[in-house]
Write a protein that binds this ligand. Sequence first.
Ligand SMILES: C[S@@+](CC[C@H](N)C(=O)[O-])C[C@H]1O[C@@H](n2cnc3c(N)ncnc32)[C@H](O)[C@@H]1O
Length: 202
Amino acid sequence: MTGCDDAALRELVRANPGQATFEEYALARDTICALAPCAILIFGVGRDTAVWSAANSGGDTRFLEDDERWIAEARHHHPEATIERVRYHTVRALAALSMRFPSLRRITGLPPDVHDGAWDVVLVDGPRGTRWHTPGRVASIAAAARFVRPGGFVLVHDCHRLVESRAADHFLGREHRVTQVGSMRKYAAPAHAAPITGVSDP
Ligand SMILES: C[S@@+](CC[C@H](N)C(=O)[O-])C[C@H]1O[C@@H](n2cnc3c(N)ncnc32)[C@H](O)[C@@H]1O
């Protein structure tokens, strides 16, 4: 069994109810396996953490997470995973303002090598984004648009939600949508880096 077989995903879906479907995970897994070994950045940890590391065997797989409880859980089950604690400085209720003002999209705690254009694949499945008074995903989606290398791919989960759907089209470009399976949407980063309107964080 390798990290690109269906068996690991089927087990994940069985053990992790209420998260992505098999088909949604498979879209991300297939994107990774087509490029592996490569550099993958993932916003959000969970019971899926080991699956992404296995799919990118021999590559660099990095996780960014804001919730200490989930960091502890992921480190307990996957001590080999590289997880960085980050902080967001806005809440989902301010999504519209966060789209306009870069200062609201700040993410602190990023390691220095998490920088623009450095990642082949970026998967956005965090922060949780389900409550109005906790961080939404405008900041992580905008950051993903910067961090992906030209010609790479960004996957955004939960695009059935308005905040994720709008922020993803705004920062990644609706014209760069490759496909959507369930609520997992895949974007291609332009082959030649071009400034994306509204994401020029200071
Ligand atoms: C949608 S969850 C990420 C789920 C994860 N990618 C998965 O497939 O299991 C977004 C955030 O919620 C928290 N989280 C992780 N797994 C969770 C779970 N099974 N149930 C509830 N929250 C979870 C973490 O803080 C994570 O960054």
